[in-house]
Structures are given as structure tokens and as C-alpha cells.
Design a protein around this ligand. Structure first.
Ligand SMILES: NC(=O)c1ccc[n+]([C@@H]2O[C@H](COP(=O)([O-])OP(=O)(O)OC[C@H]3O[C@@H](n4cnc5c(N)ncnc54)[C@H](OP(=O)(O)O)[C@@H]3O)[C@@H](O)[C@H]2O)c1
Length: 430
């Protein structure tokens, strides 16, 4: 009789409970695909009495997840606690030390400590799988690391945070203010009580750092990702973007440039007809451009119990089957040492919204600042007439670079007539 594959699950929250439910419902087909039954031998969470909506009878309970890792009846450990440090990191380290394969959904851990964990896992020949860490149910890790392994990847771009995409979609559809739509997202369970990780772009940057490492075959480097969030986006920007034929999306973008790998997360204007513009609500999507395959795009649910459990269980099946791939797609020693390109290298077109006092000569001052820094304009829009009051002026530039744009912006911000910090959004043709 085939020996079952016994897993321990650390963390029984949204994802952990989802994994239990999935294994219970699809046990037969998972056994067939794994080549042996997958059984849950042990679980750990903080509150033993909490109803998880899934039966836990017959499963060993541990208050201490590290002690669970040492359970001799456990073949592999699934870490679903979360957080870059603390107990999640200790559990993963303990499992690698014990020679037990690890499956995790923890993007923060991978983005911040992925280099050291991968090297250590490799040294000890322990699989470390993390499909669920990026874009939930979308198999983007497999896409980049295995499906496109024969390609030189030129660029990746993605909508990597469902909370931000929900907020931006809802603002566009209903015209609501950022703070109101954020509160609605919180009520619906799409945003955390403390939403800063999502809306300030950190979560997307963790995921982009992981994707960039896989796409460009280099050690993961979160510090080199330029990060901006969506707090600055107002209903005015959403409406003006539409007038110019764009939608606003928080994108993670990484590409190979002459000066190294450029990785950035920030709000972008994308053409209304583009495929990423059509990815709405809590959905995620990733576009990859390879030298032989061309453009590939995958889209789906980037979070939630079901989609994330789907990715976790795919990894569990791989591990049970003995299918392993180096963590970053190639052995540590074979990874590239390509430098990171600084954000100041970025070139592109820009959307700029300025709130100015409606009086003669203001536009001339603004356009003079742009002209003096070598920034040329493609179009300009001024709406409303309110002498002496603040009115929005929106400018779209031709291609320029961060240095020129930054210098022009600094000058514009100092003008007497400018009432608040200008809003700058980069335009992406993707
Ligand atoms: N939620 C998603 O849609 C999603 C999507 C992709 C990736 N992820 C990642 O998946 C991981 C889990 O996320 P989640 O949303 O499921 O989190 P969650 O709902 O907050 O669940 C966390 C679980 O960890 C347990 N836990 C916390 N501290 C512990 C400790 N010291 N010892 C033992 N257990 C402890 C909690 O126990 P109690 O229940 O007893 O409090 C809870 O069951 C994170 O890395 C997250 O980034 C989540």
C-alpha cells in the first residue's frame, strides 16, 4: 500500500482553513495526482477553541508550531501564519533544518529573507515552494519558473494587489473619494483594518520582488523596488484619466534595461483598451514578455480562501510527488549578478494634475517650468472657471525622464498659485 504523505499546517486562518476544506473535498483526485494520499497529521494556531468551519478531529493540535515541525509523523510543513519575521520565519527555518519540505504563502518572508532561505534549503536539499505567495490562485510562479523557462524574459507587469484594484475600480465606477471607497473595501473584507501594506504598495512590491527574481534569474531584492501607493489618487484623477482614454491601475513592473533590472510599483495610467485595464475589482493579472514566446497574460483571483488554497495544494502535490525546482529557478551559484537600475533612469510619459488659483498668467508659469526642464507637452486640460479659487489643470507630457520631470515638479510646487502638492502619475503602454 502506498505510504500517505503527512503534512502539518501552521496557521488556520483564511488560507489554512481553505487548505483543510480543499483537501477534504478533493482528497481523491489529489491522491491520484500526488501518487499517494495527502493527509493532515497536525495543525497549529493560537486559539484552539475557535470554530474554523472545518473538522479537526483526528488531527494532532500544537499550540507551538515549532514543536509541530519536530513531530516525527510529519513529512512536510505548510506555513500559513504570515509575516516576514517572528514565528513564521522560525517555523520555516526549523522545517528546513529538520530536512522537511516547506510550502508557504508568505510573500513578505520570501521577499525579505528569500535569498538566505533559498540558499539554506538548497544546501540541505529541502524543497521550498511558494506558489500562493504571489497572485493567490494564479499559477504565476510556475508560469515564469517552469512554463517560460526557455525564454529570456524582457518585461513583466502585473496587477498584484486586489485591494488596490478593487478601490481603483470602485472609484472609477462610482466616482467615490479614496477614503470612502477604502472604508467600503474594509466593510466587505477586501481591506485590512490597517490597510497600509496594501494601499502603500508594499504588498505589491513584495510580490514584484519575487516575480522579478524569477523572471530575470537573480536573487530576490525587495530593497531595489521603487514603491508608491494609491493614497494620492483622487476622483478628479480617475475622471481626467478617463477623458484622456486611460484607467488608473497600481502596477508592478520589472524589466531588463541597459543599466540593470528596473523594478517599480506605482499607480499608472494604462490605455483603456489594454488588457490590464480590463482587469477589474479584486482580480489580479500578470503579463510576461519572453523573447520566444512573446506576450503571455494570466488573470484570476489573487486572494481569498479558495484561490490561495488552490495554489498551496498544487505545491503540496508537487512536494508529495518529489517534483522540485530550485527556489529561484536556478541554483544560487547560477543566478545573475545583474545590478538594479535606479528609478532616476526611468523614462516615459507623465500625467500631472495641479490645483492652481484661477488667475491670469498661472498656466504660463507652469508651462515655463516644464519648458525650462526640457519637458514637452502632449495635451493640457483646464476644467471649470472660478476666479480666485482653486481649479485643476491637467497636463500630459511627451516622453521625458524622472530627473527632468522631478525638477519641473519641484519648480511648479513652489509657484504661488499652486494650492497643493501636484499629483504625478506615470503613463504605461502595456
Ligand atoms: N488571505 C489571503 O487571501 C492570502 C492570499 C495570498 C497569500 N496569503 C498569505 O497567506 C498567509 C496566511 O494568511 P491568512 O490570510 O490566512 O492569515 P490569517 O487569516 O491572519 O491567519 C493567520 C493564522 O496564523 C495563526 N497564528 C498567528 N500567530 C501564531 C502563532 N504564534 N502560532 C500559531 N499560529 C499562529 C492564527 O491563529 P488564530 O486563528 O488562532 O488567531 C491564524 O490561524 C500570509 O502569509 C498571507 O500573506 C494570504
Amino acid at each position: 500500500m502506498t505510504q500517505p504523505f503527512s503534512i502539518a499546517i501552521a496557521g488556520l486562518g483564511t488560507v489554512g482553513s481553505g487548505v483543510l476544506a480543499l483537501l477534504a473535498r478533493n482528497g481523491d483526485l489529489i491522491a491520484a495526482r500526488a501518487g499517494r494520499p495527502v493527509v493532515i497529521a497536525a495543525v497549529s494556531a493560537r486559539d484552539r477553541l475557535r470554530d474554523r468551519g472545518v473538522p479537526l478531529s483526528g488531527i494532532r493540535w500544537y499550540d507551538d508550531p515549532e514543536a509541530m515541525v519536530a513531530d516525527p509523523g510529519v513529512d512536510a510543513v505548510v506555513e500559513l501564519i504570515g509575516g516576514a519575521d517572528g514565528v513564521a520565519r522560525q517555523v520555516v527555518q526549523a522545517a528546513i533544518a529538520a530536512g522537511k519540505p516547506v510550502v508557504t504563502a508568505n510573500k513578505a518572508l520570501l521577499a525579505l529573507h528569500g535569498v538566505e532561505l533559498a540558499a539554506w534549503a538548497e544546501q540541505r536539499h529541502v524543497p521550498l515552494a511558494f506558489e500562493a505567495a504571489v497572485a493567490g490562485g494564479i499559477p504565476v510562479i510556475k508560469l515564469l519558473r517552469e512554463g517560460l523557462a526557455g525564454n529570456r524574459i524582457e518585461r513583466i507587469a502585473g496587477i498584484l494587489n486586489g485591494t488596490c484594484n478593487f478601490i481603483l475600480t470602485t472609484m472609477r465606477e462610482g466616482g467615490g473619494a479614496f477614503a470612502d471607497v477604502l472604508a467600503e473595501a474594509q466593510r466587505l473584507g477586501y481591506a485590512e483594518a490597517d490597510p497600509s501594506f496594501d494601499i502603500d504598495g508594499i504588498d505589491a512590491a513584495h510580490k514584484l520582488a519575487i516575480l522579478a527574481a524569477l523572471a530575470f534569474g537573480r536573487p530576490v531584492s525587495f530593497e531595489s523596488v521603487h514603491v508608491e501607493g494609491i493614497r494620492c489618487i483622487s476622483p478628479l484623477d480617475v475622471a481626467f484619466a478617463a477623458e484622456f482614454g486611460f484607467r488608473i491601475k497600481l502596477l508592478g513592473l520589472a524589466q531588463q534595461t541597459e543599466r540593470g533590472i528596473a523594478a517599480r510599483v506605482h499607480p499608472c495610467l494604462v490605455p483603456e483598451g489594454s488588457s490590464l485595464a480590463g482587469v477589474e475589482g479584486v482580480f489580479n493579472a500578470v503579463v510576461a514578455e519572453g523573447d520566444f514566446v512573446g506576450r503571455v497574460m494570466i488573470e484570476g483571483r489573487g486572494a481569498g480562501a479558495g484561490p490561495t488554497a488552490s495554489a498551496v495544494v498544487a505545491d503540496v502535490i508537487d512536494v508529495a510527488r518529489g517534483r522540485t525546482t530550485p527556489v529561484w529557478g536556478a541554483a544560487s551559484g547560477a543566478l545573475s549578478d545583474a545590478p538594479s537600475a535606479p528609478m532616476s533612469d526611468h523614462a516615459g510619459c507623465y500625467y500631472l494634475r495641479i490645483m492652481v488659483t484661477d488667475r491670469p498668467g498661472v498656466i504660463a508659469d507652469v508651462t515655463a517650468a516644464l519648458r525650462d526642464e526640457g519637458v514637452s507637452l502632449e495635451s493640457m486640460l483646464q476644467r471649470g472657471r472660478a476666479p480666485g479659487e482653486a481649479v485643476p489643470v491637467v497636463l500630459v507630457t511627451h516622453e521625458t525622464n524622472e530627473t527632468h520631470m522631478g525638477a519641473a515638479l519641484a519648480r511648479i510646487a513652489l509657484l504661488d498659485a499652486v494650492q497643493e502638492a501636484p499629483t504625478l502619475i506615470r503613463i504605461e503602454q502595456i
